[in-house]
Design a protein around this ligand. Structure first.
Ligand code: NAD
Length: 373
């Protein structure tokens, strides 16, 4: 990451030719606004779809029915059995239906779980996808798919799973309950924060990440105070979109590794776990990333970024700690062992004692500490 030059007040990034970088744009077409779902038929035709399989969850039946009627004669059938972490047996069921219907396009409306199912089908069929997100998870903007089989989670990265079109319609998020909206938004903040110190960090992704964090930090407390606030909802969805680009563009580090391990081992809820862990993971990495911390402080309007994220969690009513999410106390040591079993990129070297202290604080719901031991 290029360091800010002397005199740079952090309002822009000083580009140094001593730090060349690579940026690869991901080719998704995006529609953003309110009521944008009305474009669904036009988008399906644009992608050459003539028999569309709709994927939806129980929370969006009414919207799914609207889409079915908007698709008209392009509608082939519906599957509503998506589950968290994309279990392969669910994908196989949906794939059987897709083949029976001779579907030639996939339309997914829902959170990360429904998007994940659409991506799993696209991986197996290479069919085009239209995704209408209803949470802030960001999966729709990434070429990444995590699947689970026999308790094991595997991750693939392929342009086959990247949706061709994403329709962000703020209306679809208005019913997302306040509590879930807040933690789902923090899941997005986590993508953007880790993009700032990724091994492949670059000025384009950094610009998107800072815009995302600023937008989400501003919008989420307002969304939670009044879930019908359309302006705040638009800010949160916009921030989540940008965070999704960050997640899809660069690799993640300690925070995502810990959440992946905690979710997979103790079946903890995805977004809530991200919200609880983020301030602690950032505090752990803080000593290694002074420029990132300066930028984060500037965008959050704070002088202690991990504490500001912890306070943001309080403002949105996020669960206090991993204990509250149902993690057993002896899980702390198991998680440290799993999270350090295979080496991976992180700006701060992995130290078992410090990781244990980080997790103990996250477990108890304590404030983050740069020196947690
Ligand atoms: P989710 O899709 O499971 O949704 C959470 C809950 O919210 C569900 O009960 C759902 O029915 C409900 N819900 C969703 N939208 C709603 C709405 N508008 N109104 C009311 N209720 C609504 O969870 P999620 O947090 O969106 O996604 C988590 C999943 O996505 C995990 O499996 C995670 O691994 C995956 N994910 C993948 C990527 C990627 O790039 N591959 C990125 C982020 C998340």
């Amino acid at each position: 990451m290029p360091a800010p030059q002397e005199g740079n007040d952090l309002n822009y990034q000083a580009i140094s030719l001593h730090s060349p970088f690579t940026y690869e744009g991901l080719p998704t077409r995006v529609l953003f606004g309110a009521g944008t779902r009305s474009a669904v038929r036009e988008e399906a035709l644009r992608l050459g779809m003539s028999r569309v399989l709709v994927l939806s969850g129980p929370a969006h039946q009414a919207f799914a029915l609207q889409l079915v009627s908007a698709l008209g004669d392009l509608y082939a059938g519906i599957y509503d059995g998506a589950r968290m972490h994309t279990p392969v047996d669910v994908t196989e069921q949906a794939l059987a239906l897709l083949r029976e219907l001779r579907a030639d396009g996939i339309l997914a409306i829902g959170g990360g779980s429904t998007t994940g199912l659409g991506k799993a089908l696209a991986l197996r069929t290479d069919l085009p996808q239209i995704v209408l997100p209803t949470t802030y998870a960001g999966s729709e903007m990434t070429p990444i798919l995590g699947e689970t089989q026999a308790g094991l989670k595997t991750t693939v990265r392929s342009l086959k799973v990247l949706p061709e079109t994403v329709i962000y319609d703020v209306d679809l998020t208005m019913d997302l309950p306040a509590g879930l909206s807040g933690v789902s938004g923090m899941n997005a903040v986590a993508h953007a924060v880790e993009a700032l110190y990724a091994r492949e960090a670059n000025p384009i992704v950094t610009a998107l990440a800072l815009e995302s964090i600023g937008s989400l930090a501003h919008a989420l407390p307002a969304v939670c105070a009044n879930p019908r606030d359309t302006v705040a909802r638009a800010g949160a969805l916009y921030g989540a979109w940008l965070a999704g680009i960050c997640l899809g563009s660069v690799g993640m580090a300690l925070h995502h590794k810990l959440c992946h391990t905690l979710g997979g081992t103790f079946d903890l809820p995805h977004a809530q776990t991200h919200a609880v862990v983020l301030p602690h993971a950032l505090a752990y990495n803080a000593p290694a990333i002074p420029e990132v911390m300066a930028r984060l402080c500037a965008v959050l309007g704070a002088d202690d970024a991990p504490l500001a994220l912890y306070e943001l969690n309080t403002a949105i009513g996020a669960p206090k700690g991993l204990r509250e999410l149902g993690m057993p106390e002896d899980g702390i040591d198991r998680c440290v062992a799993l999270a350090t079993a295979n080496p991976y990129w992180n700006p701060q070297p992995l130290d078992r004692m410090r990781l244990r202290a980080l997790l103990a604080r996250a477990y108890a719901g304590a404030a983050p500490s740069i020196d947690p031991i």
